[in-house]
Design a protein around this ligand. Sequence first.
Ligand code: F6R
Length: 247
Amino acid sequence: MQIIEVKDYEEMSLKAAQYILNKVKNKNKMVLGLATGSTPQGLYSHLAWDHQKNNTSYTNVTSFNLDEYIGIPPSDPTSYFYYMYERFFSHIDRVNENAHIPNGLASDLDEECKRYEHLIQVAGGIDLQVLGIGRNGHIGFNEPGTSFESPTHVVELTNSTRQANARYFDTIEKVPTHAITMGIKTILKSREILLLASGESKQNALVHLITGEITEQFPASALKHHSNTTVIADEVALHGVKQLHPR
Ligand code: F6R
């Protein structure tokens, strides 16, 4: 696992954007895995800005988002579908059919999970998967205890995750209880992984990720089984790690 330390959120976002742009520009065809949440917002702003300025084209890019809430329509500002269109997709020249997000309104959710997994396979697998990390170590919505062998599946969100995401909703009761997420196995099949982390709230998670044991109780530790993972994290997020291993 390669760790790149940056000064702050802005530098993390810029570095991540450069990392992705380098691949988007140099590959004829690319499959990109995308995340939502507060961490990649700056990354999407940079990519949108770059498209406006340099006209970087995304017509060669197929994307798969990690996850979506169950029961929230795409038109609802709290859905991940809305998030992606608002912050990224509406600002670039993507091909509509090439931008995939799990359908949290599907009548048969298990079938939807299989369909999503199949679509990723048909696209040839994910070249580069962008990840954030939850305070409890979740990646996607794979909560502690999720099998490392899990494919795309339906999850029940933990209280800590619902509370962390409550800021986007009027009340905690409105935070969905379930979501569809790519599984840990799906994520690990990506040829390359880029995990972003910024701020104090991620300190403990990074200590566990970088120095802790591999355990299903800490889903992100599965990334230690992956041979091409890069972490871009800012000084504050890495503070705990640096106290354990001062240079
Ligand atoms: C979002 C996702 C989640 C977030 C994680 C961190 O698609 O899959 O795993 O990456 O909850 O969220 P933020 O970035 O809001 O701290």
